[in-house]
Design a protein around this ligand. Structure first.
Ligand SMILES: [Zn+2]
Length: 294
């Protein structure tokens, strides 16, 4: 989901941050009703931090197509629902979804749905308590979503997100509900995809479990760990490639160790072995051959 950037309104700004403690029971959804270019989450954050033009108004999150700003802690109430000291203001987390014309509104809606899923999980809020601003006062808000409110709500599923827990000790027992079949080469992404902590500490622990000694987080060790975890057993040590020790031809040598002898690959290898400006000269080929044999 989009990153949450916390920039809390100062406690001195009583009109925007009344400071009443709150145990959130509802989530109230708004639209900013500001289609101006640049009226994104960051702009709304600045508006609140700068005193909201003296207005008595404050809410918890503003979401645009790229990021989420948090203006109030979720255990404090704001002024956004228009119902005075009713449940809208005093028991609900207020979320403004941006509609700036230079943003992607559908992406902002999707980010808001992700945020709502997280808040529902964090505060045990049922879907029936995710409500439009209209519920509290009849105001036509969120004006771009009221006409499709059911499908907006339908798109929220607090179960769907893969559980990415930060767990320091051992492998998480929580199985992700919808694991993505990650096929890339990053151990961190792989661990995240299966809901296991990817911290260095946890990787070191896993490495030990999979028989990789002296784990220091090198690229080679990470690849070994990734393979071991995918195969469910320690990866075999790569066979030492001795290759043809007699030939004086780099091309023959590369063939003997099963590597491409194309110019492009030789150039790549030359760079890797610290030979600059490889152009395939006899001298460079001899140099590369020497370096590769060790
Ligand atoms: Zn509203």
């Amino acid at each position: 989901m989009a990153k949450i950037i916390q920039k809390f309104i100062s406690k001195e700004q009583k009109k925007q941050r009344p400071g009443y403690s709150m145990a959130p029971k509802y989530i109230t959804v708004h639209n900013t009703a500001n289609a101006s270019k640049g009226a994104n989450a960051e702009m709304h954050a600045r508006y609140l931090l700068n005193g909201a033009g003296g207005r008595t108004v404050g809410w918890h999150f503003t979401v645009d197509d790229k990021e989420i700003y948090q203006h109030l802690p979720v255990n404090e109430s704001g002024w956004h629902a228009g119902d005075g000291n009713g449940a809208g203001n005093r028991q609900s987390i207020g979320i403004e979804i941006c509609e700036n014309s230079d943003g992607n509104f559908e992406k902002a809606v999707a980010n808001a749905q992700d945020l709502i899923e997280k808040l529902m999980r964090d505060h045990n809020i049922p879907k029936s308590n995710v409500v439009p601003h209209k519920k509290w006062t009849g105001k036509n808000c969120p004006h771009l979503l009221l006409g499709r409110w059911d499908s907006f709500i339908h798109g929220i599923n607090p179960e769907k997100t893969v559980v990415v827990e930060t767990q320091v000790s051992g492998v998480s027992s929580k199985k992700p509900t919808a694991p993505k079949a990650y096929t890339g080469n990053s151990i961190v992404d792989y661990l995240n995809s299966i809901g296991v902590s990817s911290t260095y500490g946890n990787r070191a622990k896993l490495a030990a479990q999979y028989g990789i000694s002296g784990y220091a987080g090198t690229a080679a060790q990470n690849t070994q760990l990734l393979n071991a975890m995918r195969n469910g057993k320690p990866a075999p040590k790569p066979a030492a490639k001795k290759g043809d020790q007699k030939t004086s031809s780099i091309v023959d040598y590369l063939k003997s160790i099963g590597e491409s002898s194309s110019f492009a690959n030789r150039k790549k290898l030359a760079t890797k072995y610290g030979i600059k400006n490889y152009s395939g000269t006899a001298a460079q080929n001899t140099q590369l051959l020497k370096k590769m044999r060790g």
